[in-house]
Design a protein around this ligand. Structure first.
Ligand SMILES: *[C@@H]1O[C@H](CO)[C@@H](O)[C@H](O)[C@H]1NC(C)=O
Length: 985
């Protein structure tokens, strides 16, 4: 009787066969917020918040953490000492070794451990096999470089109460480490930027044995009354001594046994003089983070980082989502600083903003504000990197140096991806492929969700619906297109399937707290999870992707990793029990936020090694991620909804990914759940054409919505958006390359490009694309025929489509027409960017097409510049120097020149096969927008290249009705990879 039910769909039917779970899995209309913890329901978060309330509320509060002065030593850029934590009125202490490292990059790092746990001098409860140390391997997964110590760092001052170290570029940075109480003041050019333990919220829950209390004390004479007892408990709480969740904790019917007892960490980090902080994705909220301690317009809950499968998430919320990047930045006019909290356990972050001065006279407009944050993690080391800027670029570069940058993608990966849950058969896939062609909609990749498998056994095909995956793959290949199939980390637990058998027999699955293979519930029903922390398990995983193992796959098959938070339907908060054990006997609680990355990484390496000698850059999409995931693929923002507010929310989410080191991101175009109205779908394509990762996707219960089904005028408008994306692929690819080189975001918020413009600091609904000067403001609400766009500078701005000069004022908004067919897209003056204007079916077919360069003349009327990066778009030959990287300069309206942007001589450019073919790829056309009036009678220009000179025609169109004058130079005929000049004067 499922047919008529709105809940029908294969998966519901399937899951509901397991009747017990049926109640758990009726697809809800929105996220069940109560399925996820609030701070109050997470013992350590509650304790640390209470600790903070007590410390802040008490004028007599003194942090009980002091550096033992005689324990301190400074050598080769590193300060080491012991912090003593006073734990009772008798002065008993716990020893916490601290290391402050000053790195060559100018980044500082503060690491605090706990001696007893470090030495294993603790006892575990419940005969646990878990490790005794605080988790100390996050660095191993996350940090790839940049740890060299700054031997130039110098002690500038030292006495019994503090040590001051000068470090960083020209010793501009300073760390004042105070001993009593412990605290660090990080200064730049003499003024405080970031302070640790300024408010005394440092809290390291030390190991202690559990003292069994008598169950129900008998009432004796002289015993305290109930009231007295309550008073007593109240007094205890503020010290963080609420013991109720020290030893075990239950939520949603699951109990977490805590063999190591309480072990959380808390630290306050203050950003002095910064009103706004950013980052710590992923959350569905504004780019500039909100305050979290209540009050009008603020959140009541801290931002949470605990990767979870948040089914139909809610917007404008600090609630956790699928991935976590604990990197926070603070920006104010002309200054940026940041911290990276390297901890993979469940983490909460409170944010409050205060006026700096307590003097009421200075509280008016102009009073400076500071942001105070409070970081709380369940376990692991306290390990924080401090970046002192001063520019936003410094932060992304230095964070990128530590955690790695975006992998150079295959070019197809930045084209358009067509996905739905599900394409029901290989014939269906082939049909969609043909229809996209019929409607002249370029696309590169079609995707298969879970239904292609036989009973959700990954690496298999459903024989009825996908009898001929090879034939399907070959049809796609005719136009250079690719197939992406989903492979999740849960492996169906059955005995008659080799993959499941091997996983269990070889012990490559995550273990439960007893050390046996953990079994949980996911799409296939009873499942086990591969433990990608294990090197042997990763090697085995790689073997499953070989072409002769995963039959039906071809070199154009790529992979989608979903559900890797991991999603466990019957687990606490839809994930794994925290007392599960991973490779090395680390508890899941210690590594939870890393889990998705290790799996994604294992898949990346698996597809990279499918066949010896065949070295293509892998494409693997992930849902869950952590710092470092950018090195191995792309992410998307998870299961959103077909609603205008979800379209709106996607922009700050993508921008936040960008500034946080993982810019290859996008949201499901059209919205995953539900059925978008035609205009919403159309607007979403226009926005999606400007996501770094551009994929349409839909839920199994949603109506079919391949873009050609929309009907006119929508189909044509969507086709135009797709073609716009494809024509700009050379510029997108160049932006990806910059991200690969130094961690620069691919789409950039206003504060990133214009850090001096205070009024742009919180703008998060418009952005620049790479270095193109293309400024886009996607329309994200209905019936909007005009839209206001904020102008960050004094440059001239042209409408992308009409070349109209936009009447702008720096720091002010200007209104643009935005009827449905129009994307509000401006070109900033002073730029040169590349396009390929010939419409084709896929990016692969554009590979040898000629280029168009667009020159937008700047405010000064005579100059512009830009660059272009090109390589073969698939192999690693670019690492050996086989690529073209040009710098274009328009100089004094006299000539446009192209030179190697890295100043490489011909000899250092590898002359491989691809490079040879690029010899016959040319600059076909140059469009100069804002062309000077002096060109009005010009009919031709001279082109000089390869020691020759020839002429090309120039067509000049004078300014008219607000439109800028422009010139088109045709059949330029200079090779894209060569030096050339176009002489205009
Ligand atoms: C990724 O996989 C490679 C190969 O197995 C391994 O060396 C590396 O440590 C892994 N990194 C992460 C982040 O999982």
């Amino acid at each position: 009787m499922l047919v008529a039910s709105p809940l029908s769909g294969k998966w519901t039917a399937y899951i509901c066969l397991a009747t017990i779970l049926c109640t758990l899995f009726t697809p809800a209309v929105s996220v069940k917020e109560h399925d996820f913890k609030k701070c109050q329901q997470s013992g350590f978060c509650k304790r640390n918040r209470a600790f903070a309330d007590h410390a802040i509320g008490s004028s007599a509060w003194k942090s009980p953490y002091n550096i033992l002065p005689e324990s301190g030593s400074f050598k080769d850029g590193q300060f080491q000492a012991s912090i003593l934590k006073t734990i009772d009125d008798d002065g008993n202490t716990i020893r916490l070794p601290i290391t402050v490292s000053f790195l060559e990059s100018g980044t500082a790092r503060v690491t605090v451990d706990e001696e007893k746990r470090q030495k294993g001098e603790i006892e575990l409860r419940h005969d646990s096999k878990a490790r005794k140390e605080r988790y100390n391997e996050a660095e191993q997964w996350v940090i790839v470089d940049g740890l060299a110590l700054d031997k130039e760092a110098k002690v500038a001052y030292e006495d019994k109460s503090q040590i001051t170290v000068k470090y960083g570029p020209s010793s501009k940075f300073e760390a004042v480490i105070n001993f009593s109480p412990f605290g660090v003041d990080f200064k730049r050019d003499g003024s405080s930027q970031i302070k640790f333990n300024d408010r005394g919220l440092l809290n390291v829950e030390h190991w202690r044995p559990k003292i069994e209390k008598p169950a129900e004390p008998e009432k004796k004479e002289g015993e305290e009354t109930v009231e007295e007892k309550k008073e007593e408990e109240k007094k205890e709480e503020p010290k963080g001594e609420d013991e109720s969740t020290w030893w075990d904790e239950s939520f949603g019917g699951n109990t977490d046994t805590k063999p190591r007892g309480p072990e959380s960490l808390g630290l306050d980090i203050s950003f002095v003089g910064y009103e706004h902080v950013y980052g710590i994705p992923s959350h569905a909220g504004p780019l500039a983070l909100k305050n979290t301690r209540g009050g009008e317009g603020n959140y009541e809950e801290p931002y949470r980082l605990y990767n979870a499968d948040v089914f139909e998430y809610i917007l404008d919320s600090p609630m956790t989502l699928y991935g976590a990047i604990p990197f926070m930045q603070a920006h104010r006019k002309d200054s940026s600083v940041g911290v990276f909290w390297l901890n993979a356990a469940e983490t909460w972050i409170d944010i409050t903003t205060h006026k700096d001065s307590k003097n009421p006279l200075s509280l008016g407009i102009g009073a400076k504000k500071s942001t105070q944050t409070h970081w709380i993690s369940e376990s692991g080391l306290l390990d924080v990197f401090v970046f002192l800027g001063p520019t936003p670029q410094d932060l992304t570069r230095k964070y990128g140096e530590l955690t790695g940058t975006t992998a150079m993608p295959q070019e197809f990966a930045i084209g358009y991806h067509q996905c739905r849950w599900n394409y029901v058969s290989d014939e269906d896939v082939k049909d969609v492929d043909r229809k996209m062609d019929k409607f002249k909609m370029p696309y590169d990749v079609i995707w298969l969700d879970i239904e292609y498998t036989e009973e959700k056994k990954y690496f298999t095909w459903d024989a009825h619906s996908f009898p001929d995956p090879i034939g399907m793959g070959k049809q796609l290949d005719l136009h250079g297109r690719k197939l992406v199939t989903i492979i999740d980390p849960h492996i169906k637990n059955v005995d008659n399937w080799q993959v499941s058998k091997e996983l269990k027999e070889k012990g490559f699955a995550v273990k439960n707290k007893e050390g046996n293979t953990f079994d949980g519930w996911c799409w296939p029903g009873s499942s086990n999870w591969i433990d990608a922390f294990s090197p042997a398990a990763r090697e085995w995983w790689a073997s499953l992707f070989k072409y002769d193992a995963f039959k039906g796959t071809l070199t154009n098959t790529w992979i989608w990793n979903d559900m890797n938070e991991p999603s466990v339907f019957n687990g606490p908060e839809t994930t794994m029990p925290k007392d599960n054990l991973h490779y090395g006997n680390w508890e899941h609680r210690d590594v939870h936020n890393l889990n998705g990355m290790t799996f994604h990484n294992a898949t990346h390496h698996a597809v990279k090694s499918r066949k010896p000698g065949e070295l293509q850059r892998p494409f693997v999409l992930t849902r869950s991620f952590f710092s470092g995931s950018q090195r191995v693929g792309a992410m998307w923002t998870g299961d959103n909804q077909a609603a205008w507010d979800h379209l709106q929310a996607s922009i700050p989410m993508v921008l936040s990914q960008g500034i946080s080191g993982f810019p290859f991101s996008g949201a499901d175009v059209g919205g995953f759940f539900g059925n978008p109205e035609k205009d919403l779908q159309t607007r979403w394509y226009q926005a999606g054409a400007f996501y770094p990762f551009f994929r349409g996707h839909a839920h199994i219960d949603a109506r079919r919505r391949e873009p050609y089904l929309a009907g006119e005028p929508y189909t044509s408008i969507i086709a135009a958006a797709l073609r716009l994306r494809y024509s700009l692929l050379p510029s997108w690819y160049t932006a990806f390359h910059q991200a690969y080189v130094d961690g620069t975001p691919i789409v950039k918020p206003m504060f990133y490009t214009h850090p001096s413009e205070e009024s742009g600091l919180t703008i998060d609904d418009q952005f620049f694309v790479g270095n193109t000067g293309l400024l886009v403001k996607p329309v994200t609400d209905q019936n909007r025929d005009s839209i206001d766009i904020w102008i960050p500078d004094d440059e001239v701005y042209y409408d992308y489509f009409t070349y109209d000069i936009i009447p702008t004022t720096k720091g002010k908004k200007v209104t643009l027409d935005s009827p449905l067919h129009k994307i509000p897209l401006l070109m900033q003056g002073g730029r040169i960017f590349a396009r390929r204007d010939r419409p084709r079916r896929s990016s692969a077919l554009m590979r040898w097409d000629d280029y168009t360069l667009v020159v937008t003349i700047g405010r000064d009327g005579k100059s512009a510049e830009g660059d272009l990066y090109v390589d073969d778009g698939e192999s690693y030959d670019f690492e050996k120097g086989q690529y073209i990287h040009r710098k274009f300069i328009l100089d004094g309206a006299q000539k446009i020149s192209s030179t190697d942007s890295e100043g490489r001589g011909v000899k250092s450019i590898q002359q491989g096969e691809w490079m040879k073919k690029m010899q016959s790829v040319f600059v076909d056309k140059i469009v100069v927008v804002g062309a000077p009036g002096s060109w009005v009678n010009k009919k031709e220009v001279a082109v000089e290249s390869d020691g020759r000179s020839w002429s090309a025609s120039l067509e000049y169109s004078p300014a008219a009705n607000g439109r800028a004058a422009f010139a088109v130079i045709k059949k330029v005929g200079a090779r894209i990879g060569a030096d050339w000049n176009v002489v205009l004067a």
